[in-house]
Design a protein around this ligand. Structure first.
Ligand SMILES: Nc1ncnc2c1ncn2[C@@H]1O[C@H](COP(=O)(O)OP(=O)(O)OP(=O)(O)O)[C@@H](O)[C@H]1O
Ligand SMILES: [Mg+2]
Length: 325
């Protein structure tokens, strides 16, 4: 099952540049959350704090009750094993084949035999549609394939928390649709806590249970999708609907004069579109943490005459191959 992440008063500056201040939120266990924000607002920096790669000036991050900002290097190493991370640039080792890249965390963190490793690597490669490309070097494949190899690598340790930094950037729309379905299905299967940074509005509107928005060095809002998608908060409204009218300008912030001019021009704030349904996992998977318009996703089980289990599970769960560490 996924683990809750509690962030309290997180503040980060690089020299005199303050990236964000006093960010406080709880990322719920086992749910999918998305973090949005204009380019340069510190989304990647935020993710790096969660795995202890960057230390804040102030604040705490509790993962299962342990503060990753203050733990020893040894404890941090243990905490990191619980994370699967896809960095924005994929961060593959250029001189290693895709196979070796994906196998790397298993060789580094487990004592599994090469035949067990092979089974897991091939399972994950298949999951992300890369079977047949195991022998390729990162430099020989497309950007989208590199993304998916990074995704496979993030999954090999059966993580309890998954952080994806723009998994969908540079992918064509069909691949993005497949990737989104993969994320929802994975969440149903492994029940990990997901935090995804994305610029794709459709992904942000349909995939997560919760949405957060970073802007002007602050976390403007973090909450359930319904709350954000129906919010009147001007920045949230502008961002989630991809509009020009609003406080966000080309260079991140509009100044007072630009906003006044916009008001003079009589830019009407258009009505909010209806909230589209959340993406369901593929049958027979269910996500009990998902609040559907019908109450909870567990209603699917009721319809099938099955008892609702606790947490996200595969309906009629089968033991998973390679699940033991
Ligand atoms: N190691 C670092 N040292 C100094 N400044 C940094 C460092 N890492 C990031 N920054 C700065 O912090 C700010 C936030 O960067 P970050 O990469 O988190 O933005 P982002 O929200 O992920 O943007 P994008 O959507 O373009 O990926 C930027 O101004 C960046 O230059
Ligand atoms: Mg980034």
């Amino acid at each position: 099952m996924g683990v809750e992440i509690r962030v309290e008063g997180l503040t980060k500056s690089f020299g005199r540049q303050t990236i964000f201040e006093d960010v406080t939120l709880t990322i719920p266990a086992g749910e999918i959350s998305v973090m949005l924000g204009p380019s340069g607002t510190g989304k990647s920096v935020f993710l790096k704090h969660l795995v202890g790669l960057l230390k804040p000036n102030r604040g705490h991050i509790y993962v299962d009750g342990r503060d990753v900002c203050t733990v020893s290097e040894k404890q941090l190493y243990e905490v990191r094993k619980r994370f699967g991370v896809l960095f924005q640039d994929g961060a593959l080792f250029g001189s290693m084949t895709l196979y070796d890249n994906v196998a790397f965390p298993l060789r580094e963190h487990t004592k599994k035999s090469e035949s067990d490793i092979k089974k897991i690597v091939m399972e994950k490669m298949e999951m992300v549609g890369l079977l047949g490309a195991e022998g390729k070097l990162p430099g020989e494949i497309s950007g989208g394939m590199r993304k998916r190899a990074g995704l496979a690598r993030a999954l090999v340790l059966d993580p309890e928390i998954i952080l994806f930094d723009e998994p969908d950037s540079g992918l064509d729309p069909v691949r993005v649709a497949y990737l989104n379905q993969l994320i929802v299905d994975l969440n149903a299967q492994i029940g990990a806590t997901f935090l995804i940074v994305t610029h794709d509005i459709n992904t942000a509107r349909t995939v997560p249970d919760n949405i957060g928005l970073l802007f002007r060095r602050r976390l403007v809002m973090f909450g359930h999708r319904d709350e954000l998608l129906s919010s009147d908060e001007p920045v949230v409204r502008q961002f989630l609907n991809g509009r020009r009218a609003g406080p966000i300008g080309m260079a991140e912030e509009k100044d007072a004069a630009a906003l006044a001019a916009e008001a003079d021009e009589g830019h009407e704030v258009p009505d909010l579109p209806p909230i589209e349904p959340q993406l369901l996992p593929t049958e027979p998977l269910i996500r009990t943490s998902m609040r559907s318009p019908h109450g909870t996703h567990a209603f699917l089980l009721k319809e099938r005459g099955e008892a609702a289990p606790h947490g996200n599970v595969r309906a009629k769960a089968k033991p998973r191959a390679g699940a033991a560490r």
